[in-house]
Write a protein of this length. Structure first.
Length: 255
């Protein structure tokens, strides 16, 4: 009976760790992913992983409060790992916002059902491409596998945050804005050239109504640049997602 109770405790803690990932990770944490399917996936993964959990150095707490605190620590592990993964998609939103502001779409947003929030138009387009790329390359499988590997380095109840981790996460936040700038750089640079050209045309030919022709030119320029740089963006996604999983590996060793 005691052994059965311990197995149930291990199962619950493993499920809680997976729950954190299902809450905060991209794609897996999407609100488009039905809650019933998430619960079923969490239960299935916990059922498969629980038998592989080795003997713990210390017995699991029997008191409800101590067990609840251990459950919170397991939830934090999944949440932090999912948050690090989400930074890659946040960079896409930053890049899309930069492109929209420069191309004249800044006042128009679209509803992103995955996050239930307003997204810039170019950011939403790039978000769809990134989601499809991650699914095609089995990135969602790698997310789950990355969390499974944490049980080898972080035993149940073994969360011990490193002080250096806070500075490392701040660095990842800086990297998010840097990647967003790189994503939006082609359109931003093209729009700067377009605005400079229209400014010179306004000086040379004052009869041209720049307010009339400027908006269509800026939109057309942005669309052409986006179409021409899609392949470059896909290559950039490959490197950014590789960097994302490296960051997850780093954070796992620091927890």
């Amino acid at each position: 009976m005691i052994a059965e109770v311990e197995i149930v405790k291990v199962f619950l803690l493993v499920a809680i760790r997976f729950s954190g990932l299902m809450i905060s990770a991209p794609i897996l944490g999407s609100r488009n992913f039905p809650v019933v399917a998430k619960i079923g996936l969490i239960g299935m993964l916990a059922f498969l992983v629980t038998p592989s959990i080795g003997t713990l150095d210390t017995p699991l707490p029997s008191e409800a409060l101590e067990f609840a605190l251990m459950g919170i620590s397991e939830l934090m592990i999944g949440l932090v790992i999912g948050l690090v993964m989400m930074l890659a998609f946040a960079a896409i939103q930053v890049g899309g916002q930069l492109m929209d502001m420069q191309s004249g779409f800044g006042a128009m947003n679209v509803f992103n059902p995955a996050f239930e929030t307003q997204f810039p138009i170019f950011g939403f387009f790039y978000f769809i491409l990134a989601t499809l790329f991650l699914l095609i390359t089995n990135g969602h499988h790698l997310m789950i596998w990355a969390l499974i590997e944490t049980f080898d380095t972080i035993p149940l109840g073994g969360l011990s945050p490193n002080v250096d981790l806070i500075g490392q996460m701040a660095t990842w936040g800086t990297l998010m804005f840097y990647n967003g700038l790189l994503i939006g750089a082609p359109v931003v640079a093209a729009m700067m050239l377009a605005y400079m050209t229209m400014g010179l045309m306004g000086r040379v030919v004052p009869q041209i109504h720049l307010f009339v022709i400027g908006f269509p030119i800026s939109i057309a320029t942005a669309l052409i640049v986006v179409a021409l740089t899609v392949e470059v963006y896909i290559v950039f996604l490959e490197g950014m997602f590789g960097q994302m999983f490296q960051s997850v590996e780093t954070i796992v060793h620091n927890l």
